[in-house]
Design a protein around this ligand. Structure first.
Ligand SMILES: [Mn+2]
Length: 435
């Protein structure tokens, strides 16, 4: 496919040129950190290798400018098609080396020719992660409205329409090489008494069971919970308890997806992660950050310690060799005031940072402090890893796989956004809000 606006300018030669003047300082910084870690018995190359193999999927909706309930302020050169989105995702991947997959959202990204899209992704070196269904918006082609719910609607015809859409997502995902379907529903109530809460949950179980049976054997169904919005009184799948109950009723291919923004403030998300690991039902993550609610801010921008503590649970599970443990990593963010590519580049780096820090935790020492009830030293053991500046590890990991030592600076010098602004049509409308 001839894509004149393809991400050709951000290619291997460009990145190598951008890296050249930074190599000497990186070597010095990496050697200094290597010596410091060696004193703790940590071999730095082992951590760097793990970071280089870390991957997180990009949300197709994340490369467009997001918005709020109030307004959306489009940025220049926004993607106008799913192919443009793939180009932007390829740029993020070339710069970071950490984002080899894209998570699509249907019908927003529904291709007229799935094979052409798959072929184009192949040429970009990208693959497809979980596909996301959307039964929270009405479409002109749908005979029924989701205003009062989708998979849990009181009317069986609406439920059938929502089930059918999820089945369509599975068949599209099969053509694209996806291995998972993520299901988040907006169903719930704004008023006490509006919805029979028990019956709504029963209808949910009945509907998702009809989707579950259509899953290929090597697929997962990721159930995403969220405690409020757009339903402000009660949401049908509001928490990890409801999600886990549903996953257990459905079967082993059903897993729980933890979106970091979908919990009340101060909820101990790392504890939830730990419990889902125990249940062998941690399906994956939507990474983002928040201050107040489901803010969809950039990962690591508000609570980096919380992000580290979540990765600490993942590193601990890996250290314990927990069976059947392979959670999917995906970003789910809304970029309202930044260039979306820059936010995604930065967020991928923040996840790698948390992963590197988590791998630095001295788990033998921590276990000893926990056994002897030494609360202070146990806490210090985590803090020692968290306060280590692992930036040289991240830069060296990127350099080792042909990505950019300083991906943001490289991106800004590439002129990619300016070229997109010149070649892509202006968005048709500026009004829509939340993505
Ligand atoms: Mn999400």
């Amino acid at each position: 496919m001839n894509r004149p606006n393809g991400p050709a300018r951000v290619n291997a030669a460009f990145i190598s040129e951008a890296n050249a003047p930074l190599l000497r300082d990186l070597q010095a910084d990496y050697a200094a950190l290597g010596s410091r870690l060696a004193r703790d018995g940590v071999e730095i190359d082992r951590i760097t290798d793990a970071v280089a193999h870390f991957a997180v999927a990009l949300p197709s909706w994340g490369v467009g400018t997001g918005g709020t309930r109030f307004a959306r302020f489009p940025g220049p050169g926004e993607p106008a098609s799913v192919f443009d989105k793939m180009d932007d995702c390829a740029v993020v991947h070339r710069l970071t080396g950490a984002t080899p997959a894209v998570s699509l959202h249907f019908p927003w990204d529904k291709p007229s020719d799935a094979k052409a899209l798959k072929d184009y992704a192949d040429t970009l070196g990208l693959r497809f992660d979980a596909v996301n269904s959307n039964t929270f918006q009405d479409r002109p082609e749908n005979p029924h409205s989701y205003k009062f719910g989708s998979l849990t609607h009181t009317d069986p015809a609406v439920r059938a329409q929502a089930i059918e859409h999820n089945l369509d997502c599975i068949s599209l995902g099969r053509e694209l090489g996806s291995k998972a379907l993520t299901v988040w529903i907006a169903d719930g109530a704004n008023f006490p008494g509006q919805q029979h809460m028990a019956r709504a949950f029963e209808r949910y179980l009945e509907s998702v069971a009809k989707i579950y049976v259509a899953l290929p054997d090597n697929w997962n169904m990721l159930l995403e919970h969220k405690f409020y919005e757009p339903a402000f009184y009660a949401t049908v799948i509001q928490d990890w308890g409801s999600s886990l109950m549903a996953a257990r009723e459905l079967g082993p291919k059903a897993r729980c997806l933890v979106d970091l923004g979908h919990h009340a403030p101060n909820v101990n998300i790392e504890m939830i992660v730990c419990r889902l690991i125990h249940a062998r039902r941690l399906g994956g993550f939507h990474f983002n950050d928040s201050k107040y609610g489901d803010d969809d801010l950039d990962a690591g921008s508000i609570h980096p310690y919380r992000l580290f503590l979540i990765f600490n649970e993942l590193a601990d599970a890996q250290w314990r060799n927990v069976s059947d443990f392979h959670p999917a990593h995906m970003l789910d963010q809304s970029h309202n005031v930044t260039d979306p590519i820059e936010s995604l580049v930065s967020s991928a780096g923040e996840l790698q940072r948390a992963w590197a820090q988590a791998l630095l935790v001295d788990r033998e020492a921590l276990a000893g402090f926990q056994e002897s009830n030494d609360a202070l030293m146990a806490s210090q053991t985590l803090k020692r890893a968290f306060t280590t500046d692992v930036s040289p590890i991240l830069a060296q990991a990127r350099n080792s796989i042909g990505a950019a030592i300083d991906p943001l600076a490289a991106y800004r010098s590439s002129g990619y956004r300016k070229a997109c602004a010149e070649s892509r049509p202006l968005p048709r409308r500026a009004g829509s809000g939340i993505v």
